[in-house]
Design a protein around this ligand. Structure first.
Ligand SMILES: Cc1ncc(COP(=O)(O)O)c(C=O)c1O
Length: 479
């Protein structure tokens, strides 16, 4: 492909993108592909000769597109959103064109300095105290891993980095039983072992019980273990439970533990000053992460990680071989030392485009709408005789189930709800996912897609009710 052909195809590609967004509602939200459907159509070996771009695009449309789940569909209600937005896509296009590898200040000063500034903006946007410094990580999983690695090093005077673990010390970590699986993954990778991650009981609202936390810490101390860090969730994945940061933070201070806050999804809700109560006590935390790549209209990947002790982070990860030394030294931010990988994409660009295009008020307005629509849905669910809410509503995620009045057997209800989910998702008009809350199969409907309007939630809710009742009638003999 020469440069002029690149120009032509790039223009065609922009048209493709515009048509895609225009027609996105005509696609089934969740791909209807079966395992192997896509692979079967792909040759076993790569082509010897280059192929025309038209042929590749034809295969993209005919083979690849049917295997795509449309995360930007406004009736995507599953997991948490992984939103993009038009300015974010444009930012990503430039990032791809520049192809800069932004490991050091010198390898692209603008990338380093823009990241520094945009992370300052982002901290302000969500009301974080000024003494937090931000850096973009690929994912919240990586940020959580960075956090507990930094805790490990800071509390052992960087000894484990030098000497590795010595077997006679057992370090323990704490999170709630509802924390994201990335916490356990981080505990494994960081060498603590998943058995030394204590999963603390939750209260009736699925939030960590601070008394149970303190008891667990005391018990570990009694056994001669070294309690090291608590990972608190502001917005758990299952039910958006909010762990009580202030009480957890006070316990951390009392026993000298590190506190990491995982607000991967809920962090975007903090754009609204009225939601800042969710992080009451944040000044007691050491690190905090949220994902603009979830709800804040910024393409995956973009995780905003904030630390109080920047030096500890850098000291944990810094390695300076001769070939990476630059004359600017530590007068500038060399982000290769602020996390795990050396190479880094220019991620700040898309976030900058998003924040500037929407403006603070534009971001807030969208998020406020999402939360309002979720509230209205929760009210409708509460009013429906055959549905019930299963968790308090925080932000834009509604947890509920279908519960016809004459059915109370928990197993039957679980089966009915899982069947409802299957039927809904197979029809392709909406996509929802589930969790289990105290053993009850729970449908989660996440309001918050960039291109969503109120009508999408209303239509989705109608479809859910209608499908539930049809399923029940169709299966009336079984139930
Ligand atoms: C609370 C929470 N933490 C962490 C994660 C992991 O996010 P990431 O995919 O950015 O690693 C998720 C993902 O949904 C999450 O809900």
């Amino acid at each position: 492909m020469d440069l002029e052909n690149f120009r032509r195809h790039a223009h065609e590609m922009v048209d493709w993108m515009v048509d895609y967004f225009k027609n996105i509602e005509n696609f089934p939200v969740k791909s209807q592909a079966k395992p192997g459907d896509i692979k079967r159509q792909l040759p076993l070996s790569p082509p010897e000769q280059g192929e025309p771009f038209e042929t590749i695009m034809k295969d993209f449309n005919e083979i690849i597109m049917p295997g795509i789940t449309h995360w930007q569909h406004p009736s995507f209600f599953a997991y948490f959103n992984a939103n993009n937005s038009y300015p974010s896509v444009l930012g990503e296009m430039l990032t791809a064109a520049l192809g800069a590898q932004c490991m050091s200040w010198q390898t692209s000063p603008a990338a380093a300095e823009l990241e520094e500034r945009v992370m300052q903006w982002t901290g302000q946007l969500i009301g974080l105290p000024d003494d937090f410094t931000g850096v973009i990580q690929d994912t919240a999983s990586t940020a959580t891993l960075c956090s507990i690695l930094t805790a490990r090093e800071k509390f052992t005077d960087y000894e484990i980095n030098r000497k590795g673990f010595s077997c006679d010390r057992k370090y323990t970590l704490y999170c709630s039983g509802e924390a994201h699986s990335s916490v356990e993954k981080a505990a494994k990778i960081a060498g603590f072992g998943s058995e030394n991650l204590r999963k603390i009981e939750v209260d009736s609202q699925y939030a960590m019980d601070p008394r149970a936390l303190e008891q667990a810490i005391r018990e570990d101390i009694r056994q001669g273990n070294r309690p090291l860090a608590v990972i608190a969730a502001v917005g758990t994945t299952g039910s958006i439970a909010i762990d009580p940061l202030r009480r957890i933070g006070e316990i951390c201070k009392k026993y000298n533990l590190w506190l990491h806050v995982d607000a991967a999804y809920a962090g975007t809700g903090l754009l609204l000053p009225e939601n800042r109560r969710l992080i009451d006590g944040i000044e007691l935390a050491d690190t905090f992460v949220f994902n603009p790549h979830k709800w804040m209209f910024t393409n995956f990947d973009c995780s905003a990680y904030f630390v109080k002790d920047k030096e500890a982070l850098i000291r944990t990860f810094e390695i300076l071989p001769e070939y990476l030394k630059t004359k600017e030294g530590d007068r500038v931010n060399n982000y290769r030392d602020w996390g795990i990988q050396l190479g880094r994409r220019f991620r700040a660009l898309k976030l900058w485009f998003v924040i500037r295009t929407f403006g603070v008020e534009g971001l807030r307005e969208r998020v406020r709408n999402h939360i309002q629509w979720a509230k209205e849905l929760a009210v409708a669910i509460e009013a429906a005789p055959d549905f019930e809410l299963l968790a308090p509503l925080h932000l834009g995620t509604v947890c509920f189930r279908y519960k016809p009045v004459h059915i109370s057997d928990p197993e039957v209800l679980n089966k009915l709800n899982m069947e409802l989910l299957e039927t809904l998702n197979a029809a392709g008009k909406v996509y929802l996912t589930h969790t289990k809350l105290r053993g009850a199969a729970t449908l989660r409907l996440v309001v918050g897609q960039t291109y969503q309007e109120k009508r999408h939630i209303e239509k989705g809710w109608e479809l859910i009710q209608q499908t539930a009742r049809e399923n029940r009638d169709g299966a009336c003999l079984a139930y």
